[in-house]
Design a protein around this ligand. Sequence first.
Ligand SMILES: C[S@@+](CC[C@H](N)C(=O)[O-])C[C@H]1O[C@@H](n2cnc3c(N)ncnc32)[C@H](O)[C@@H]1O
Length: 260
Amino acid sequence: MAKFDLRLKDCVEGMASLPEAGVDLVVTSPPYNLGVRYRKYSDRLDRQSYLNWCATWAAGIRRILKPTGSFFLNIGSAPSNPMLPHEIVFQLRDLFVLQNTIHWIKSIAIDNRTFGHFKPISSKRFLNDCHEYIFHFTKTGRVEIDRLALGVPYQDKSNIARWSHTCGRDSRCRGNTWFIPYQTIQSRAKERPHPATFPVQLAEWCIKLHAAPRVRTMLDPFLGIGNSAIAAQKCGVKKFIGFEIDNTYLAVAKRRLQSQ
Ligand SMILES: C[S@@+](CC[C@H](N)C(=O)[O-])C[C@H]1O[C@@H](n2cnc3c(N)ncnc32)[C@H](O)[C@@H]1O
């Protein structure tokens, strides 16, 4: 029976109470400092204070992560603030090795059709923003991943033999562009009562890429309404820990987990 430990707590304090090097996997998305209207957290720090805070919680993650662990960090930007994700990566350079950079594509346009959702912007300068980053950090840069857990079949089956030295079956690495649309909903208040979530599937793919059977303990320091916890449940993770400072979001996370 999986154990879910979801706590109303500041993650920096919460992580300090966890033992060193006991967590296999961290999947999280912190506030982006873009002025999102959370219920409790104020998303408008000055840039340097925000980056310093990122270094503080990231150091907490480094302490509790196993040497073989993975830390997937989902970060977006705004068209007028494009450097933010890169500044965070730069800020964390003494703590982690950036092993993979994944682009989470929320919407694509093929021929005359669009697939997926994005927030349209009104601008004469900027394009609609249809992607975010998922940075895969590790302690060494040498952590093995299960590329084919997310494999995609070959379009041309003759490639199975041609590329037999890579795996020999009808599956190839998906690569670092992950097309994951948000689920279409009718009522935001009822179905997604949080201003900045990622889809369950995003966390599920991170778990699978790290290799789900290797994940005994997983952590999300910025739990929100618990999409990472639901992914952990779906993938059979043994133990999950989540921190959230807002009791309304935490209550939604607990309720959703129980109703799965
Ligand atoms: C981007 S949201 C995470 C959403 C989550 N991935 C989901 O899908 O529901 C960031 C969350 O971090 C919470 N938060 C902000 N500061 C925090 C802190 N110091 N410790 C724990 N949670 C915090 C906010 O209340 C917010 O719910």
